[in-house]
Design a protein around this ligand. Structure first.
Ligand code: HEM
Length: 80
């Protein structure tokens, strides 16, 4: 699985290139966070243990990823 491809297809619409915050992307900046942090947050959205006011949006996104895709996209974000 190509994490960069997953990101472009499913995340960039809201999170842009990851280096800037945007309203659609929940005003968070992904760049600068480690792969491990991202993976923990995505897993937390899936099991309901992580998230802010807009967590429903990310719960849907994270649940739509296979285990391999979740790991690959986390590694990609961690490399930004
Ligand atoms: C938050 C990743 C797709 C909107 C987050 C966070 C991560 C993340 C890691 C938490 C950041 C933090 O708290 O530090 C991803 C990935 C995506 C994706 C890997 C693709 C699979 C999207 C899309 C949208 C979106 C398509 C818009 C429709 C948001 C919003 C938040 C957020 C609104 C804040 C949610 C909250 O209140 O907890 N995203 N995202 N994301 N993302 Fe995404």
């Amino acid at each position: 699985v190509d994490g960069g491809e997953v990101y472009q297809k499913r995340c960039a619409k809201c999170h842009r290139d990851g280096s800037e915050s945007s309203k659609a992307g929940g005003d968070v900046v992904l760049k600068g966070q480690s792969a491990q942090e991202i993976e923990m947050k995505l897993t937390g959205y899936v099991d309901g243990t992580y998230g802010g006011a807009k967590k429903k949006v990310m719960e849907r996104m994270a649940k739509g990823l296979s285990g391999d895709e979740l790991k690959a996209v986390s590694a990609y974000i961690g490399s930004l």
